[in-house]
Design a protein around this ligand. Structure first.
Ligand code: ADP
Ligand code: MG
Length: 268
């Protein structure tokens, strides 16, 4: 097995605040990880390090057999597909969906006179179909629903045939139907052996797609637990991660969590 992420003691400090605190994390190429934690836990920071967008203050971050800081990140970044709200905001609303996807292969956001080979356009069309957005090719990005935009961003992230796919809260802002459609698409991707190693960030266990194999739980920049989903995603670890007593149900490979009601004191 080949390691795609090898973090040892990865720490990110801003002033006196520790955004990540001694994170150890090991991801292999056939694994699909979900990173869970409350708002402010450090999930986006963790993904930024994994995307070679941010260097740790201390510790060693190995990504795709490259140690961050020892090589040119501009060679590493095209090997990684990333979606995030920040990147989505940078996509011009008037850009055609086909160009949003195809322009990823040139490492640019926004189309600027490049001549794209027919092959690239064919590939963009195939990827859009794969994520259920094949019919949107000729729409402009600004006219899409939130759910459709997420699909287009995932197709864009896959365009460079990345060895590592990083998705930062792709279900944020979706309605129930949109979330369920996206979870199904991510599940399909996860179960496809040709898909790259994938890391999905979320703060809802309901968004864990079937086929995701591993979980990392983060609270206050520290790893609460990490490993295979069935060992790590439990009522106990989730309660610790989210700082409240939780009940957890698992049904048909999907999870649901809610607060554990306070115990009633038995009447004499
Ligand atoms: N540049 C920064 N300086 C200081 N604190 C920051 C900075 N960036 C993020 N933070 C803080 O670090 C914590 C982790 O942020 P983030 O990784 O975005 O968490 P998450 O994605 O889990 O919500 C948050 O409390 C956030 O306010
Ligand atoms: Mg975040």
């Amino acid at each position: 097995m080949v390691a795609v992420i090898e973090f040892a003691g990865v720490t990110v400090r801003r002033g006196s605040t520790l955004l990540l605190d001694e994170v150890d994390w090991f991801v292999e190429e056939d694994e699909r990880w979900v990173v869970l934690g409350p708002n402010g836990a450090g999930k986006t920071t963790l993904l930024q390090v994994a995307a070679a967008q941010l260097h740790p203050t201390s510790g060693v971050a190995g990504i795709l057999d490259v140690v961050l800081g020892t090589t040119d990140v501009f060679e590493l970044r095209p090997r990684i597909g990333l979606t995030s709200a920040v990147l989505a905001d940078r996509i011009p609303r008037g850009e055609l969906v086909r160009d949003v996807v195809v322009s990823a292969s040139y490492g640019v956001v926004g189309r600027w006179r490049e001549e794209y080979a027919d092959l690239d356009h064919d590939r963009a069309g195939d990827l859009l179909s794969e994520v259920g957005a094949g019919h949107l090719l000729d729409r402009t990005f600004g006219t899409l629903s939130e759910g459709e935009r997420k699909r287009v961003q995932i197709a864009r992230a896959l365009m460079t045939d990345p060895e590592l796919l990083l998705l930062d809260e792709p279900a944020a802002g979706l309605d129930l139907g949109g979330r369920e459609d996206l979870v199904a698409t991510l599940s399909q991707l996860a179960l496809d052996p040709d898909s790259p190693a994938t890391v999905l960030v979320s703060h809802h266990v309901e968004e864990i797609p079937p086929g995701f194999t591993h979980a990392l739980l983060l609270r206050g920049g520290r790893v609460v637990d990490s490993g295979p989903v069935e060992e790590v995603v439990t009522a106990e670890t989730l309660s610790e991660t989210f700082g409240m007593p939780l009940l957890l149900r698992r049904e048909d490979d999907r999870f649901a969590a809610r607060r554990r009601p306070a115990q009633r004191v038995a009447q004499p």
